[in-house]
Ligand binder design. Structure first.
Ligand SMILES: [Zn+2]
Length: 342
């Protein structure tokens, strides 16, 4: 279990470049599902066939992670980059990265002016990403461009580590946790329902893969599997983010103050009753920020009753997110029970 979670967290897959995650999903689900296909946008759709008159249920887990992209190489060989997905500039400083160039990954560091040479006022200022650059150890544009091209995706480098109390940390827990849950559910579930496990592309940049895959599948119900903000650490108030690590999956009732999803009451009842039947702890969440693939899916065609199951995760949208393997396991159990209730 940990080995797969580590593989998923480590594999590169910036929005628009999810092929390596697709490969991993294909290898994992081979022999566990009836059909697998990728669509024209790059989503992977795995299908476990049920009874012909039983409902079609879509489980969507976005495969992409936030990252960077090569935008410019200067005369001395330093690289300027653009941000892909929601990134706070402060977290970029002094990160180590891999640039995925034509001949394979190139290691780099995000450099900036040393504090010794900053004026007092300058030191207090938040450094913006436009003032940072990547150093790959080259001395000219020509040398850099032999390894790196404009438009190459860049992933952050952070080791997957197991912490005490069932906790893990890794570079892309958002949303390889969701992918992991989707994989395990597809392997374990035995149901009359027709289950579609989908790895979606480009969620972090506009819920794009969810739109096209939901249109193709046209499910009766859908669930997005993702992570949500855990507010159980210093610097955040309990009422700002009530979900806590190790207290079970969060059933999202509303996100983005209702501009994202307002979960269909039938889905809410279905998930709560599955949690109670499987004896799994759960948390209910009304959130004002953030959203998931379910926002795009529920507005597909004539409307698709949808919900979100999320694993509470600390420091989301950084390279050092922390989550609980116990919450992940509980989410899988809840979902399997929910799907087997058909
Ligand atoms: Zn996510």
């Amino acid at each position: 279990m940990m080995e797969l979670m580590k593989k998923l967290s480590d594999v590169p897959g910036v929005s628009g470049f999810e092929e390596r995650v697709v490969e991993l999903i294909q290898n994992e689900l081979e022999g566990h599902v009836d059909e697998m296909e990728t669509d024209r946008l790059g989503n992977i759709i795995a299908f476990k066939k049920g009874k012909s008159d039983a409902p079609k249920i879509m489980l969507a887990a976005h495969m992409d992670e936030i990252g960077l992209m090569v935008r410019h190489v200067d005369k001395k060989g330093f690289i300027k980059f653009s941000k892909i997905g929601g990134i706070n500039d402060q977290m970029l400083l002094n990160q180590t990265v891999f640039i995925h160039g034509k001949n394979g990954p190139v290691f780099g560091v995000i450099g900036s002016k040393p504090p010794h040479r900053m004026k007092a006022a300058e030191r207090k200022k938040i450094l913006e990403y436009e003032d940072m650059f990547i150093d790959i150890g080259t001395f000219s544009d020509k040398e850099t461009l032999e390894m790196v091209g404009i438009g190459d995706p860049i992933t952050f480098h952070h080791e997957f580590v197991e912490l005490p109390n069932n906790l893990i940390t890794g570079k892309a827990l958002d949303n390889r946790i969701g992918v992991f849950i989707m994989l395990e559910v597809m392997k374990r579930v035995k149901t009359d329902a027709n289950v579609y496990g989908v790895g979606t592309v480009q969620e972090e940049v506009g819920l794009k893969g969810a739109k096209t895959s939901a249109f193709k599948i046209n499910p009766d119900f859908a669930l997005a599997l993702d992570v949500t903000i855990a507010g159980d650490h210093p610097g955040i108030k309990e009422d700002e983010a009530p979900a806590k690590i190790n207290e079970g999956p969060a059933i999202i009732l509303t996100d983005a103050s209702g501009r994202g999803i307002i979960t269909h009451s039938s889905i809410k009842e279905w998930l709560i009753s599955a949690a109670e039947h499987s004896d799994v702890p759960y948390q209910l969440e009304v959130s004002e920020g953030g959203t998931t693939d379910a926002t795009a899916i529920h507005l597909t065609r004539e409307g698709i009753p949808s919900g979100v199951l999320s694993v509470p995760t600390r420091y989301i949208h950084t390279t050092v997110s922390v989550a609980s393997i116990q919450d992940i396991e509980h989410t899988i159990e809840l979902l399997v029970t929910a799907l087997e209730s058909f």
